[in-house]
Design a protein around this ligand. Structure first.
Ligand code: AMP
Length: 372
C-alpha cells in the first residue's frame, strides 16, 4: 500500500482491505443474531458513502433480506456541515417492518439525526442503525447506534466508498489524511557491479541523504559475528539472496535508526517484489513514499569484468569466484529485474547509462535526483 493523492491532499494507509472484511463480517453476524428467526429485514443504505459497505454487508448477511437506499449529503471538502440534504428519499411501505440502516461513518451525528427524522413517521416495527465507522470524539447527539464496526479517532478518511470531493471511493482500503511527504527517498538500482555503492557515497553528501546498503549492513554483521551475520553468511557466500523476512526487518531497523533523515538512498534494496511492497507499506505508514527508482544500466559482460577486478582488492569473497558472480546475476535476473516494471507502472523508473567515468555517471544521476 502506498500514499495516495486526491486533489490537493495526501492520504496514508489506515485500515487494510482484510481488516475491513473482518469488521463487515462481524457486523453482519451480530445483526443476524439479534433478529427473530423468520424476520426479513430491510437494509437501507445511506448513499453515497455506504455503497461498498452495503454491498459487502448484505453478501455476508445469512438470510433473506430486502435492500433499499436513501441519498443524503452533508460533507463539503473534509468538513461535516450541519445541513443535511435529502437527495433521494424512501419509496417503500415500511409499515410493520424491521429497518436496519447501513451507514459508512457516523461523526457529528447530523446525518443520523436526519435519518431518525425520516423514519419517525413510517410506522416501522423497529429501526436499528449499523455503522461501519464511528468517531466518538465528535459525536454530539443523544441518538442510539446499535452496531458499530470500528471506533476511530477524529481524522478525515477516504476509501472503501468514502470520498474527498468525490475522489477516493474506489480504493479497497481506508486511508487517513496526512501531510505532504517530506523525504526524498530514492532506490538506486542496477545489477551487481553497476556502481551503486560508489555513486551513493557521492550522492548522499550532495543531497544530504542517508545511504543504506543492505549488502554493507550484512557484511558489517558478518564481521562482528552477530546472529544476523551468521544467518546471512551462508546465503551471501553462495551469491544467493538472504530471505525476505530477515532483510526487510533489518532494513526497517536501519530506517528507524535515522528517523530524522531528509531521506534515504536505498542501495541493494528492494531486491524482490515482496521487498518492494514491504518498503512501500512501511514508508506509507510514516506518510512517506519512494520518489523514484534510478537505475544504472550496464551490459552483463562489463559487470563480470568489473566485479572480478573489484574482487582483487575488495576482500569480498563473493567477488572472486566467477560461478558465484554468475549466480548473483541469476538471482538478479530472476527475482530483482522485475522491479523495473513495478516502478515503471507507477511512473517512477528512471534508467540511465551506467557506462562511463565515475564523475560522468554522478552528473547523470544528479540530473535525475534534482527532479525527484
Ligand atoms: P550487495 O553488496 O548489494 O551486492 O549484496 C551482497 C549480498 O548480500 C547479496 O548477494 C545477497 O546475498 C545479500 N543481500 C544484499 N541485499 C539484499 C536484499 N535486499 N535481499 C536479499 N539479499 C540481499
Amino acid at each position: 500500500m502506498k500514499i495516495i493523492k486526491l486533489h490537493d491532499l495526501y492520504f496514508k494507509p489506515f485500515i487494510n482491505a482484510d481488516e475491513i472484511a473482518t469488521i463487515v463480517k462481524t457486523l453482519a453476524r451480530q445483526v443476524k443474531a439479534d433478529l427473530p428467526k423468520e424476520e426479513v429485514p430491510i437494509f437501507v443504505g445511506i448513499l453515497n458513502g455506504c455503497f461498498l459497505f452495503a454491498a459487502d454487508f448484505i453478501r455476508e448477511f445469512d438470510g433473506n433480506c430486502e435492500v433499499s437506499f436513501v441519498k443524503l449529503a452533508s460533507y463539503e471538502g473534509t468538513t461535516s456541515t450541519e445541513k443535511v440534504k435529502q437527495l433521494v428519499g424512501i419509496n417503500e411501505d415500511l409499515t410493520g417492518r424491521t429497518v436496519i440502516i447501513l451507514e459508512d461513518i457516523i461523526d457529528t451525528g447530523a446525518t443520523l439525526q436526519e435519518i431518525y427524522d425520516i423514519f419517525r413517521n413510517k410506522n416501522v416495527k423497529q429501526l436499528k442503525v449499523a455503522t461501519l465507522f464511528f468517531k466518538p470524539d465528535v459525536f454530539k447527539k443523544e441518538l442510539p447506534i446499535d452496531y458499530i464496526g470500528k471506533s476511530i479517532e477524529d481524522k478525515f478518511i477516504v476509501g472503501y466508498g468514502l470520498d474527498y470531493n468525490n475522489l477516493g471511493r474506489n480504493y479497497p482500503a481506508i486511508y487517513q489524511l496526512t501531510t505532504q511527504p517530506k523525504m526524498k527517498n530514492i532506490v538506486l538500482f542496477g545489477p551487481p557491479g553497476a556502481g551503486k555503492g560508489t555513486q551513493a557515497t557521492f550522492l548522499k553528501d550532495m543531497y544530504n541523504l542517508v545511504h543504506i546498503s543492505t549488502g554493507d549492513v550484512f557484511r558489517y554483521n558478518i564481521k562482528n559475528q552477530t546472529k544476523l551475520g551468521l544467518l546471512a553468511k551462508k546465503y551471501m557466500d553462495e551469491g544467493d539472496l538472504v530471505p525476505d523476512e530477515v532483510t526487510i526487518n533489518m532494513l526497517k531497523a536501519e530506517v528507524e535508526k535515522n528517523a530524522k533523515a531528509n531521506g534515504f538512498i536505498f542501495d541493494g534494496f528492494p531486491r524482490t517484489e515482496s521487498q518492494a511492497e514491504a518498503l512501500d507499506t512501511f514508508l506509507a505508514e510514516k506518510g512517506e513514499q519512494i520518489n523514484g527508482m534510478v537505475a544504472l544500466e550496464v551490459p552483463e559482460d562489463k559487470l563480470v569484468e568489473r566485479l572480478l577486478e573489484r574482487g582483487k582488492t575488495s576482500g569480498r569473497t563473493d567477488d572472486t569466484d566467477e560461478s558465484k558472480i554468475r549466480n548473483r546475476f541469476n538471482e538478479y535476473n530472476t527475482k530483482t529485474a522485475v522491479l523495473k516494471d513495478y516502478f515503471e507502472t507507477q511512473g517512477k523508473y528512471y534508467g540511465l547509462n551506467g557506462v562511463g567515468s565515475i564523475e560522468e555517471i554522478t552528473t547523470r544521476l544528479a540530473k535525475v535526483f534534482d527532479t525527484l
